[in-house]
Design a protein around this ligand. Structure first.
Ligand code: AMP
Length: 157
């Protein structure tokens, strides 16, 4: 459990936590790999969210996943960019969250992911929580804690 005072400070700027879906670059599950390649390269993101026409979450796709599909025994076949679709290479086991403000869960999950996908109970894509925003909250907390609280060391038993 996170101490309630630390939790309050981590959530001081909670409005920054959720980057809403309308601000997040995505690709459609039916898009060809060349379209996904373009979106990833233009936005300079390592990995992005895959949705369907109704904005339901399907998975994540990265340049590495696309590159892997281009590799054949002794060459790189760029024709595979139009031959295959996002659904053929995307990652479907990435964790999702429903509560962008559950700092405890998000801190654990963001150790291994650079961002977390936020969905509602119908798997509708709501946005992302990034490691960067949570680290900003941690940075604020560790630098400002003594501004709000007096800390006393416990006596040794
Ligand atoms: P950051 O912590 O801001 O560097 O973001 C970490 C990762 O989250 C990026 O590499 C992207 O994969 C993803 N990301 C952040 N912001 C966006 C966005 N606006 N649209 C799509 N993906 C994003």
């Amino acid at each position: 459990m996170i101490d309630q005072h630390l939790q309050a400070m981590l959530l001081a700027h909670r409005e920054k936590f959720l980057i809403p879906a309308s601000m997040v670059a995505t690709v459609n599950v039916t898009n060809s790999l060349d379209h996904a390649f373009l979106i990833l390269t233009k936005n300079q993101y390592a990995k992005i969210v895959v949705v369907d026409n109704d904005n339901h979450f399907w998975g994540l796709i990265s340049l590495a996943m696309i590159a892997n599909r281009l590799i054949e025994t002794e060459k790189i076949n760029v024709n595979n960019l139009h031959k295959y679709h996002v659904a053929d290479v995307m990652q479907t086991d990435a964790p999702t969250i429903t509560d962008p403000f559950d700092v405890e869960e998000n801190l654990h999950l963001l150790i291994d992911q650079s961002f977390l996908t936020v969905v509602d109970h119908d798997n509708y894509f709501r946005g992302i929580v990034t490691r960067r925003e949570l680290l900003k909250a941690v940075n604020y907390t560790v630098h400002r804690f003594d501004h709000f609280y007096d800390v006393h060391e416990k006596e040794e038993n």
